[in-house]
Ligand binder design. Structure first.
Ligand code: GDG
Length: 483
């Protein structure tokens, strides 16, 4: 039976070894969360790194890991610490991540990390080829594996390969600054289908391909070397029912069944302490506009002092890539900003910001989504932003206001949200006020439209659309006898 091989940098699990046992912990993050519903049948395997380096594993634990992964239909790619440093922290997160998000000042290209990026991509390709059988399809994910499609195709010219990029593809003027730009484009073009979250990213990719490689573009098809590569946009959805049903269940709970966080929130929502909650949830990343958001919130309290004691920002920042220097600098900046703003405005019965620097269990996310009257998401750049969609899906009573940066992929599909420019504090402050004062009928009207769309274009549909389009590429090739 043919299968789908899903490939991403990290497996959707994290393994922890304690003496003779191994614990598998589900990963947090857009891709892991989104693909869970796709990687559930028996006709798929997932190839990726387990999170443990070779230095952490002796021959006995290596076997335990292999078996634990196998139970979850996963196959590990083993990496050394030096490989993780060069490939993941180095080239992926010190060069590609900042550049693709337009943070050129954070981008550093080093020969060594580029070499490691290439050799690690080759390692992934070797594992995929070892597990490949006649008729299998391959779906490669994200910026850590841009070279993989071409590497696989070199060894298996007829295999069907899809590639999806979860982050923005930058404009040609930015992309052209990369020293190894040709190699990256050629790597991606090893696929039969290349998917992006939005039409803009797709357009940027096509224009870079045409101008850097000189390939012919016909509508959204790239023609070269007797091959046709289809390029299209597939906006990623969420597991709508999971969030909606969990929120419904949450709202039905008796007081004694509630989580500690919810009980704490409830305490503050009663009596004289009633302050509306404005929620933000992100990985602690400079692309997410967390510092901007804090400054804009400070500006809001300065400009509209009538909201002191009446509104509170609840900010969950999930630790991420803490070995990369820019992330440590950002963490310090945020700690200082939160301290300064709380110090400036706090009253005995009210603190303007509740700040959590940690990851929370799913049920606490639902507590936060369902208890917050407003969600304030202000990324400077964001491929999609699933949190925006999850917040709306969790609003069972259809009340709540989403304020969303126009720099997110999600803003292209969520025009009923209040769309802001994350660099315009004046606009953000006015929009927070508007959100806090929005009549309930208007909230319900906007969220009814949003929920309908999110329910229809859920993550399952996203994955199915991509896989169908991937199969379609084979039909096209046969028609033109290119395969
Ligand atoms: C990349 C792109 C694109 C967050 N904190 C906790 C937690 N989460 C979950 C959320 C959501 C996911 O993590 C975050 O997804 P995002 O889309 O917001 O952001 P990235 O991690 O940057 O993802 C992004 C995405 O890929 C998909 O293509 O949208 O643009 O950057 O699902 O719910 N989950 C739990 N505890 C937390 O503390 N359980």
């Amino acid at each position: 039976m043919s299968k789908t091989i899903i490939i991403s940098n990290r497996l959707p699990l994290q393994l922890e070894i304690n003496n003779n046992s191994i614990t598998a912990i589900p990963s947090v993050g857009g891709l892991a969360t989104g693909m869970k519903s796709v990687h559930s049948g028996s006709d798929s395997i997932w190839v990726g790194w387990s999170g443990l380096t070779d230095e952490n594993l002796d021959s006995k634990s290596e076997i335990l890991v292999k078996n634990a992964l196998k139970k979850h239909q996963c196959v590990g790619v083993s990496l050394t610490e030096a490989e993780v440093d060069g490939f993941y922290y180095g080239f992926s997160n010190n060069a590609l991540w900042p550049l693709f998000h337009y943070f050129m000042e954070y981008t550093s290209f080093e020969k060594e990390t580029w070499e490691t990026y290439q050799s690690v991509n080759q390692k992934f390709a070797d594992v995929v080829i070892d597990n490949l059988e006649e008729g299998d399809s391959i779906w490669v994910h994200d910026y850590q594996l841009l070279l993989l499609p071409e590497m696989i195709r070199k060894k298996k010219p007829d295999v069907t390969i899809g590639f999806f990029l979860h982050i923005p593809f930058p404009s040609y003027e930015v992309f052209r600054t990369i020293p190894c730009r040709e190699a990256l484009l050629k790597g991606m073009l090893g696929a039969d289908l290349i998917g992006f979250h939005t039409y803009d990213y797709e357009r940027h990719f096509l224009s870079s391909t045409q101008r850097i490689l000189g390939h012919e573009i016909n509508f959204n098809n790239v023609h070269f070397d007797n091959r046709i590569v289809k390029v299209d946009s597939f906006p990623m959805g969420i597991d709508y029912d999971k969030f909606h049903d969990a929120a419904q269940h949450h709202n039905d709970k008796e007081k004694k069944e509630k989580t500690e966080i919810q009980q704490e929130i409830d305490k503050h929502l009663t009596g004289g302490n009633k302050a509306k909650l404005i929620l933000s949830i992100d990985r602690l990343d400079y692309t997410k506009g967390i510092a901007n958001r804090l400054r804009a919130f400070e500006y809001f309290l300065d400009k509209y002092p009538q909201f002191k004691g009446k509104a509170r920002l609840v900010m969950l920042a999930v630790p991420s890539r803490s070995d990369v220097p820019q992330y440590q600098i950002l963490k310090n900046e945020i700690d200082q900003l939160v301290g300064r703003i709380n110090g400036k405005f706090a009253e005995v019965s009210w603190t303007p910001i509740w700040y959590f620097y940690r990851s929370m269990p799913f049920e606490n996310l639902i507590d936060l989504y369902t208890s917050s009257e407003v969600a304030l998401l202000t990324p400077i750049r964001d491929g999609m932003n699933l949190v925006a969609k999850e917040y709306i899906a969790s609003r069972v009573d259809k009340k709540g206001v989403l304020i969303l940066s126009e720099m997110t992929g999600a803003s292209k599909e969520m025009s009923e949200a209040l769309i802001i420019n994350p660099n315009n504090f004046e606009e953000i402050a006015d929009t927070i006020k508007m959100a806090l004062e929005m009549p309930e009928e208007e909230q319900i009207k906007r969220n009814t439209a949003l929920q309908k769309r999110l329910k229809r274009y859920n993550v399952e549909k996203w994955a199915n659309d991509f896989m169908e389009a991937l199969e379609g590429t084979q039909a096209t090739l046969k028609k033109f006898s290119l395969k």
